[in-house]
Design a protein around this ligand. Sequence first.
Ligand code: FE2
Length: 379
Amino acid sequence: MTDMILTNAQIVLDDEVIRGTVTLRGGRIAGIDPGGTAARGEVDLDGDMLLPGLIELHTDNLERHLEPRPNVDWPHAAAILAHDGELASTGITTVFDALRVGSIHTGKGRYEKYARTVANEVFALRAQGALRINHYVHLRAEICSETLAEEMAEFGPDDRVGIVSLMDHTPGQRQFRDIAKLKQYVAKKRSMTDDEFDDHVAHLKGLQADNGDRHEAEAVAHARRYGAVLASHDDTTADHVAVSASHGMRLAEFPTTREAAEACHANGIQVMMGAPNLIRGGSHSGNVAAHELAEAGLLDIVSSDYVPSALMSSAFLLADLWDDVPRAIATVTANPARATGLTDRGRIAPGLHADLVRVGRIEGTPVVRGVWCHGRQVG
Ligand SMILES: [Fe+2]
């Protein structure tokens, strides 16, 4: 791979931002030097910031491209390529594509199986060199479902499953403690009458009673078999966090209360919150505000959740809030890398992957002006 020199950059390192030059060689970062360079052919970043490529642990964005309108099944290869390109354009160079496992074939709120097929399609495009950025799989294991164990059995250690999150979306708890908020969300999305919604809630509660404990144990066992990191999802109480810690979890997705976030830190669990929550100033399902956790020092990782560009925006929002650029950038780079055991990326340091983003700011808004993944320009 061709050498490249990026000069006149504000380089965001672990604990400081320095003006200087980064040299890339063979897809890796070869050197970091304060000041300019006498070499020819360098790329002048004109004083823009140079960040590590962003690492996204939980995005629904692929699902949005696969189903751009309710019940519209878009051709999958086109959807995957559009998703990949969109992420590259926002500075994301490693993504864990969130795919749900555990379906419901009965009742009004049905969910069909799709994760295995889509994972195969992503891997096929990857093998053909069609993808711009690095893709891993994040299996979202829906405990309150009918088919979790069968669907998870179809994945194995070679399937790049980096994260398994245990989700329990049974109404009346966790993300949907407030049933009125759930009704607003589900009834609108699936156009249910009041009676249909009540039946739906009763059906889900029945599934949890029948399958919850067994599914939880099986999901933990499958995650170990894949070599994946286990994550909790929507932990609400200190008791939930204690159960997560007992499974060896080190990553918590979207704890819904400050109490849960504090319990996570007491148990050495990194807290991840959604960028849209941070940017909108609160949660759409009525849970704790991400900025409250950020101000309390309880926010470690940000995920773009359902808006890819929100990852970069929220990193700069945190940089302003904390008045600390390296600490804020770490929430979307070094911290998610550490949480998932990716020791070869997430920081600008010699020997790591040359996954880099050039960013300027126009009236506070970050503007992505260049993206390199493993030294190749992809955005
Ligand atoms: Fe959730």
